[in-house]
Ligand binder design. Sequence first.
Ligand SMILES: *Cc1c(COP(=O)(O)O)cnc(C)c1O
Length: 370
Amino acid sequence: MTVVSPEPVTEPQPRPGILTISPYVGGESKAGVERPIRLASNEGALGASPRAIEAYRALAGELHRYPDGGAGELRAAIARRHGLSADGIVCGAGSDELIQLLVKSYAGPGDEVLYSAHGFLIYGIAARSVGATPVAAPERDLKADVDALLARVTERTRLLFLANPNNPTGTYLTKAEVERLHGGLPGHVILVIDGAYAEYMSAADYSDGADLVDRSRNVVMTRTFSKIYGLSSLRLGWAYCPPAIADVLNRVRGPFNVSAAAQAAGVAAVEDTAFVEKVRQHNDVWRAWTEEALRGLGLVVHPSVTNFVLIDFAGIAGKDAESARQYLKARGILVRQVGSYGLPTCLRITIGTGEEMEATVAALRDYLQE
Ligand SMILES: *Cc1c(COP(=O)(O)O)cnc(C)c1O
């Protein structure tokens, strides 16, 4: 008689927590028509700076060369443009990479990663991917709530992510509110201020947080070239860090994590301040126009300071976000469902070109009248 031993595990097993991740599903990019109107991913309405496109093209003959692993020219250009110390800047393949590296470096099993309830999905994904526990604090009026966040800080909290302004709610915390949040944090918690939409901001009471990085040892600001600069496809972002945190990121990042094409285009983009200003002005005009037009249709439009608006179908009899999204898609217009952000009655619509916004409002008018 043979003794049956327990079935050995015969398949590779991922680390605890990994299989609790719901994979990130980005905004749709295809609608079954040749040139859909793409308003689902907050991409740049006017594309990239012609100078960035030229710099990218100029690199075609150098594809066999490794990039500068330290992204020296790009960090210097960013530092000049923003008045920062280049030593504190670490570049990454999108700010997503930097967010993941921060979480991987500072959190692990048993640790907590804190963010606000309708915060960017990547924060929770990054936490789970290292076996840490994601903790979401409730918001007030679709805005991060400083007291609710501070109330959830424990000795196990390692990082607090604040997108400011936030995606997908389009709201922001003032400089004073962010400083109050930071002031309430114990020194072992890193406050990561994700400024993906900082370039769209003009409010006098707003700060991107760079000044707070300079004054603290536990604040990091992340930025991206994917939004106002229109370089999403190149995957380029940067973090501004205190020296000890920059040192950590430089140890864990891939040695050539930013392609030469991204670096060259990034330098040209950051120096083309006139283009950035043009995009910002375009966004101000068309966001205001879109918000007013959509309110005119009877929709609830949450006030936004970013390059997207969040509209709410709750309370509109016989209508809902998902059927509106399908209706728009059938007309070749792609917008973002935000159920995964805990906002199932809402849709997020990126501010595109003027014609794109007119087409979108016209389609929503038809949808509501059907
Ligand atoms: C779009 C976005 C990013 C940027 O991601 P990249 O990886 O740089 O393209 C980061 N944070 C928020 C809140 C965003 O909406």
